[in-house]
Design a protein around this ligand. Structure first.
Ligand SMILES: Cc1ncc(C[n+]2csc(CCOP(=O)(O)OP(=O)(O)O)c2C)c(N)n1
Ligand SMILES: [Mg+2]
Length: 329
């Protein structure tokens, strides 16, 4: 068995997790502002509230490890390292985007940083993640595949089939359920029979843990341990990371189905300012944090300008990258 990870990440790792957290947080803020002002017309599913989870998780990975994520995936994509400019250009449907503007927000792919699939079909990422992990097992390349999905996705048949198969074949895959308590407007307990998502791992003889996804140290430790096991050939882990989404299911969702007290409690425990306060307690200086935040905001401004100034794809592109003949041409 691989050695369990130490609980606390070192200071540099914590700072890197914070950097990714801020990048996600500010990007999300900009997306919502641009959509609201009419400068961007896209379907958008905000990960506000889930930033720390993703930043802590991806910091435990190698750049060449694979990621499969969902429509609510901008936090995962940024934390995994997709270049900010190309990411923005793709969300805006421009020819300079990661998929030449032909994927859009629901289909971000960037193999150079391991982002292999983003899908809007709930639960469909898990079997694909198994396929990626199987390819690594066969090639012996030591890569690990992380598959992110929501609590609602754990009620889809493909989730159960995939956990079973991954366990039987001891695949180097980590299933990360970002449990934000809701699937569209359905509360967890109204649609999910198991007390915890981790309980579902038991049926498949899979190592499964529940962790506070909003705690950078705990989330990072859980991810590191799962990565070490997967790389050592010890098979898959199911991580249930508890979190909350502040902005409803889709951009513009009034979230009337979330009780006011529940929302207020979540906002009071907002993981982003809590993380910043923790760094200050650890004697990281205000100046250092402010400089980091300013650098991210400058990079972001440049990326937004780059995306909005980039052209839309040419109509002649429509068939390219679809059929083999066009690929070869
Ligand atoms: C197979 C399938 N069924 C239904 C939908 C409609 N749908 C889109 S998102 C969603 C809720 C998913 O909730 P969860 O897995 O908890 O993810 P979250 O949105 O909370 O991140 C549903 C039912 C879909 N896209 N695909
Ligand atoms: Mg959910």
């Amino acid at each position: 068995m691989a050695k369990p990870a130490d609980a606390a990440p070192d200071r540099d790792t914590l700072l890197e997790i914070y950097r990714r957290t801020v990048l996600i947080n500010r990007t999300d803020e900009r997306f919502r502002a641009l959509i609201k002002s009419g400068q961007l017309a896209i379907a958008y599913y905000s990960p506000r509230g889930q930033e720390v989870l993703s930043a802590a998780l991806m910091t435990a990975l190698r750049p060449d490890d694979y990621l499969v994520t969902t429509y609510r995936g901008v936090h995962d994509q940024l934390a995994k390292g997709v270049p900010v400019r190309e990411l923005w250009a793709e969300y805006a449907g421009r020819a300079t985007g990661t998929c030449k503007g032909k994927g859009g927000p629901m289909h971000i792919t960037h193999p150079k940083t391991g982002v292999m699939v983003t899908t809007g079909i709930v639960g469909s990422g898990l079997p694909i993640a198994n396929g990626l992990a199987l390819s690594s097992q066969v090639r012996g390349d030591g890569r690990v595949t992380v598959c992110c999905f929501g609590d609602g996705a754990s009620n889809i048949g493909a989730f159960h089939e995939s956990l079973n198969m991954a366990s039987v074949w001891k695949l180097p895959v980590i299933f990360v359920c970002q449990n934000n308590g809701y699937a569209e407007s359905t509360r967890y307990a109204d649609g999910t029979s198991a007390a915890t998502i981790a309980d579902r791992g038991v049926s498949y003889a899979m190592r499964a843990v529940t962790v506070d996804g909003n705690d950078p140290a705990l989330m990072h430790a859980a991810a590191r341990e799962a990565v070490a096991l997967a790389r050592a050939g010890e098979g898959p882990t199911l991580i249930e990371a508890k979190t909350f989404r502040f902005m409803g299911h889709y951009f513009g969702d009034p979230s009337a189905y979330i009780p006011k007290a529940e929302m207020e409690a979540a906002v009071a425990a907002d993981p982003v300012p809590a993380f910043r306060a923790r760094l200050i307690e650890l004697q990281v200086s205000e100046t250092q944090l402010a400089a980091m935040e300013a650098a991210i905001e400058a990079e972001l401004e440049a990326a937004v300008a780059y995306a909005l100034e980039s052209p839309f794809p040419d109509a002649a592109e429509i068939r390219r990258d679809v059929f083999k003949a066009e690929l070869a041409a």
